[in-house]
Design a protein around this ligand. Structure first.
Ligand SMILES: NC(=O)c1ccc[n+]([C@@H]2O[C@H](COP(=O)([O-])OP(=O)(O)OC[C@H]3O[C@@H](n4cnc5c(N)ncnc54)[C@H](O)[C@@H]3O)[C@@H](O)[C@H]2O)c1
Length: 349
C-alpha cells in the first residue's frame, strides 16, 4: 500500500484525493496546508487521518511514501526538492516551476533522488490524445504540415467556477507578484504539451501576450492584476510543421475547451475536449476520405490516468510519463513564449 500525502488543500487537491481514492494499492493518509481551517475541512471531507501545518512536519512524520504537490506555482520547486531529498516520490502540479532554470534544478534533484517524479499535465489523460499520438507515430497521417490548437476558458466573464473578484484561488492566477505566469503558465502549459506530446518538439515560437483591464487600477486588495490573460502563438515544430496556438480566459462561450487539429500529407486528426464529456472520441480523416475531406469519429480505448500511472510507477519502479524532464521541456517553450512577447520577435528553442 503506497501512503500518499497531499500538500496544498485548495481547489485542485479535491481531484487528487478523489482520483487516488479510486486506486487500489494506495491511500491518501496525510494532508498539509498553511491554512489551518482549509486543511481541517479537507482532511475531514476525504477521511484523511493525518493533517500537518507544515511540509517539514509531513516529511518527517514517517507516515508517507509519496506526495502530491498541489500548491500555487511558486511553491512547486522548493516543496518538490524538499520531498525528493526526503526520499519521497513526487507528483507535482503544473507548471512544474516558474521558469526553465528552476525546472532544471527540479529535474536534476529527481534524477539524483532516484524517486518516481511526475508533473500533472493532466490532459494527457485524454484517451483520444493518446490515440492521436499513436496514429501519428505509426505514420497514419504522413508528414505533418499544419497544427492548430487552442485552450479556451471564460472564467473572467462567467461565474460558473466561482467569483474571481473575491476568491483567492482565482486572484493569485491574475497577479505576477503572487507567482502567476498568467494564462500562459496556467493553461498555456497544457496546450503546449497537448501539441508537443503527439507532434514532437518545438523549434521556434512567436508569441503575443495580452492583459486586458479588469478592475479599477487593475488592483483588488493585495492583488495587482498584471498577469497575461490571453496568448497567441505561432510556432515551427522540429519536424517542419507550422502551428498556431491560442489560449485565453476571456473566451466567452467556452468553459474549458481544448482543441487540436493535426494535418499531415496523408490524413488529419482532430481531438476536442469539453467539460463533462468523455475524452474518448477522436475525429479522423484518413485514406480515401482525404479526397472529399470526410471526417469519421473513432471511439478510443481507455488509457490509465496520471494518478494511476504514478502509483503503478512507484509499485513497479518504472518511471512513467510525463516526468520532471517533460515538465522542463514544456517550461523551456513557456520561457521562449514570454521572451518572444518581450522582444517582439521569434525565439528559437
Ligand atoms: N492539472 C490541472 O489540470 C490543474 C487544474 C487546476 C489547478 N492546477 C494547479 O494546481 C495548483 C493548485 O491550484 P489550486 O487551484 O488548487 O490553488 P488554490 O489556491 O485553490 O489552493 C492552493 C492551496 O495551497 C496552499 N498552500 C500554499 N502554499 C503552501 C505551502 N507552502 N505548503 C502547503 N500548502 C500551501 C494554500 O493555502 C491553498 O489552500 C496550481 O499549481 C495550479 O496550476 C492544475
Amino acid at each position: 500500500m503506497i501512503r500518499i500525502g497531499i500538500i496544498g488543500t485548495g481547489g485542485m487537491a479535491r481531484v487528487h484525493a478523489e482520483e487516488f481514492s479510486k486506486i487500489a494499492n494506495c491511500e491518501v493518509v496525510a494532508a498539509c496546508d498553511l491554512n489551518a481551517s482549509r486543511l481541517a475541512s479537507f482532511a475531514e471531507a476525504h477521511n484523511i487521518p493525518y493533517a500537518f501545518g507544515s511540509v517539514e512536519a509531513l516529511l518527517s512524520s514517517g507516515q508517507v511514501d509519496a506526495v502530491s504537490i498541489v500548491t500555487p506555482d511558486p511553491f512547486h520547486k522548493n516543496l518538490s526538492i524538499q520531498a525528493l531529498e526526503a526520499g519521497m516520490h513526487v507528483l507535482c502540479e503544473k507548471p512544474l516551476a516558474l521558469n526553465a532554470s528552476d525546472a532544471k534544478e527540479m529535474a536534476d534533484a529527481a534524477k539524483k533522488a532516484k524517486c518516481i517524479n511526475m508533473v500533472n499535465l493532466s490532459y494527457r489523460n485524454a484517451h483520444s490524445l493518446q490515440k492521436a499520438r499513436e496514429l501519428i507515430a505509426m505514420g497514419c497521417i504522413g508528414n505533418i504540415r499544419h497544427v492548430e490548437a487552442s485552450y479556451l476558458q471564460s472564467w473572467l466573464v462567467s461565474p460558473k467556477w466561482g467569483d474571481w473578484k473575491t476568491e483567492d484561488t482565482w486572484l493569485w492566477r491574475l497577479s505576477s507578484a503572487h507567482g502567476s505566469k498568467g494564462v500562459l503558465g496556467d493553461v498555456g502549459v497544457h496546450i503546449l504539451d497537448f501539441v508537443r506530446f503527439p507532434v514532437g518538439e518545438f523549434a521556434s515560437v512567436n508569441c503575443t501576450l495580452m492583459t486586458f483591464d479588469k478592475a479599477d487600477n487593475n488592483q483588488i486588495g493585495d492583488y495587482n492584476l498584471d498577469a497575461n490573460d490571453s496568448a497567441l502563438i505561432t510556432a515551427r515544430m522540429q519536424n517542419g510543421a507550422m502551428a498556431s496556438i491560442h489560449t485565453s480566459r476571456w473566451a466567452t462561450g467556452n468553459l474549458n475547451d481544448l482543441r487540436l487539429v493535426v494535418h499531415g500529407d496523408k490524413g488529419a486528426l482532430k481531438v476536442s475536449l469539453k467539460l463533462d464529456q468523455e475524452w474518448n472520441q477522436l475525429e479522423v480523416c484518413l485514406d480515401e476520405d482525404v479526397i472529399e475531406g470526410v471526417w469519421k469519429t473513432v471511439k478510443c480505448e481507455s488509457t490509465p490516468n496520471i494518478y494511476q500511472r504514478f502509483v503503478s510507477g512507484i509499485l513497479s519502479g518504472k518511471q512513467e510519463q510525463p516526468d520532471f524532464n517533460a515538465g522542463l521541456q514544456v517550461q523551456r517553450v513557456l520561457d521562449a513564449c514570454e521572451q518572444s512577447d518581450q522582444l517582439g520577435q521569434t525565439v528559437q528553442l
